[in-house]
Design a protein around this ligand. Structure first.
Ligand code: FAD
Length: 355
C-alpha cells in the first residue's frame, strides 16, 4: 500500500435504483458489509473500501474509494456484477472512470505451469504448479482459486481481461474457459510452487478431467486467491468431505499448538485416509461413507456434537455437498446460534449439477 486512496466513479441509468440498491445492500450484509445512510446517500463499507450511491439528475452515481489498486478492482467488479444481476433484463451500461480505468488483465490473474503430479490416495491427485507469484497464495485467510480450464483443442488459450464495466470479459466469449474452484493445499516459497489436490470423481467435469489427463508443462490460468480460510479462535469445529479435505488439512497444519476442537472428514473409503498434521487437542474423525449418501455422516456427526460450554471463542468451518451444507448451516445458525463472524459453511459442489 502507498498510503493514497484509489477512487472510481460511474453514472448508471437504473430504472428502479431504490430496488437495485436495496437488493445489493441486503446481499452485501450477508458478506458482513456495513450499510448506512448519509444525507440521502447510501454508503456501503467492506474490507477497507466504501461505495457511495447518490443521485445525479436521472442517473445513479456510484463513488468508490479503496486503499489500493487491487481492492479498487474488486470493489468495481463487485458493484458492477451485482448491479447487473439485480437490474435484471434492463442491464444498464456501466463505465468506470477514475484510477486505473485502463487496467488490462485482472490483478489476481496469473498463469501456472504444471511441474509434477502424484496420487496421494486412489481418488486424490496432487498436482504441483510453478507460479509467477507464489507469495499471493501464502495467506491463510484466502485459500482457494479459480482454475480457468481451456476448452479442448484450442490453438490459442483464452485469457481474461477487464472490461470498461470492471467485469471480466473474453475475446471470444464462446470459447471462454470453464472455471472451477480449487484449494491451494500447500505453498513452497523457496521454489515458487503450489500443490493443489484434485478429487478424481465419477461423472467427471472439466476440473476432474483436467487432473486425470494432466501432463508436465501444461499451462493453466488462475484467478485468486479467494476468501474463506483460517480465523482465530480457541475452539474449532471443522467438517468437510474430500473436496474440503485440502482446505481443512492446510488449516489444521497451521493452527496454533494449543488450539482445541474436533474435525470430521468424510471420505469414500478407508483407502482415502491421509496422514495429517494437527494440534494434539483437535480430535480428528474419519467418517467412511461406504456408498452412503454424500454428506449424511457429516450431518450426523455435526448434529451430535454438543456446543462447547463457557466463554470459548468458537469457530465452525464446514464445506461439503449442497444438501449437507444446508443442514449444517442451519445447525450453526439456529442450534448453535453462531454469529456470521463465528462460522463459515459453504457448498463446495452439488450432486448432479455444476456449481
Ligand atoms: C471454494 C472451493 C474450494 C474447492 N476446493 C477443492 C479442492 O481443493 N479439491 C477438489 O477436488 N475440489 C474442490 N472443490 C470442489 C470442486 O470445485 C467441485 O467438486 C467441482 O464440481 C469439480 O468440478 P468438475 O469440473 O470436476 O465437475 P462439474 O463439472 O462441476 O460437475 C460434473 C458432475 O460431477 C459431480 N461432482 C462434482 N464434484 C464431485 C465430487 N467431489 N464427487 C462426486 N461428484 C462430483 C457434479 O455433481 C456433476 O454431476 C472446491 C469448491 C469450492 C467452492
Amino acid at each position: 500500500m502507498d498510503g493514497r486512496t484509489y477512487t472510481a466513479q460511474a453514472l448508471i441509468d437504473l430504472a428502479d435504483p431504490q430496488a437495485v440498491i436495496a437488493e445489493l445492500c441486503n446481499h452485501m450484509r450477508e458478506h458482513n458489509a456495513e450499510i448506512s445512510e448519509e444525507s440521502g446517500d447510501v454508503l456501503l463499507r467492506l474490507s477497507g473500501c466504501s461505495a457511495r450511491f447518490s443521485t445525479e439528475g436521472a442517473m445513479t452515481r456510484v463513488d468508490i474509494e479503496a486503499p489500493d489498486f487491487e481492492h479498487l478492482y474488486f470493489a468495481r467488479l463487485t458493484i458492477a456484477s451485482h448491479v447487473l444481476e439485480f437490474a435484471g433484463e434492463a442491464a444498464p451500461e456501466i463505465r468506470w472512470s477514475g484510477d486505473h480505468g485502463d487496467m488490462a488483465r485482472p490483478p489476481n490473474f496469473q498463469i501456472l505451469t504444471v511441474t509434477g503430479c502424484r496420487d496421494v490416495t486412489p481418488h486424490m491427485r496432487r498436482i504441483t504448479f510453478h507460479c509467477e507469484n507464489a507469495t499471493r497464495f501464502a495467506r491463510l485467510d484466502a485459500l482457494h482459486l479459480n482454475l480457468l480450464i481451456q476448452q479442448p483443442g484450442l490453438a490459442e488459450p483464452q485469457w481474461p481481461f477487464v472490461g470498461t464495466s470492471g467485469i471480466i470479459e473474453w475475446e471470444r466469449p464462446d470459447l471462454k474457459p470453464s472455471m472451477r474452484k480449487y484449494t491451494v493445499r500447500s505453498v513452497d516459497l523457496s521454489t515458487g510452487q503450489v500443490d493443489i489436490d484434485f478429487v478424481l470423481h465419477t461423472d467427471a467435469g472439466p476440473g476432474s478431467r483436467f487432473a486425470e489427463a494432466v501432463t508436465v508443462g501444461t499451462e493453466v490460468g488462475v484467478l485468486g486467491p479467494g476468501g474463506g480460510g483460517l480465523v482465530d479462535a480457541s475452539w474449532y469445529l471443522f467438517a468437510g468431505d474430500e473436496t474440503a479435505l485440502p482446505a481443512i488439512a492446510r488449516m489444521l497444519e497451521n493452527l496454533s499448538a494449543d488450539a482445541a476442537g474436533v474435525a470430521y472428514l468424510e471420505i469414500s473409503g478407508a483407502a482415502e485416509i491421509q496422514n495429517l498434521r494437527k494440534p494434539a487437542a483437535i480430535d480428528l474423525h474419519w467418517l467412511i461413507r461406504n456408498g452412503e449418501k454424500f454428506g449424511a455422516l457429516l450431518v450426523e456427526a455435526v448434529s451430535a456434537t454438543p456446543r462447547p460450554q463457557g466463554d470459548k471463542n468458537i469457530y465452525l468451518w464446514a464445506a461439503c455437498e449442497f444438501a449437507a451444507f444446508k443442514t449444517i448451516r442451519q445447525c450453526a445458525r439456529q442450534t448453535w446460534k453462531l454469529k456470521n463472524e463465528h462460522h463459515l459453511v459453504v457448498a463446495y459442489w452439488r450432486d448432479g449439477k455444476t456449481l
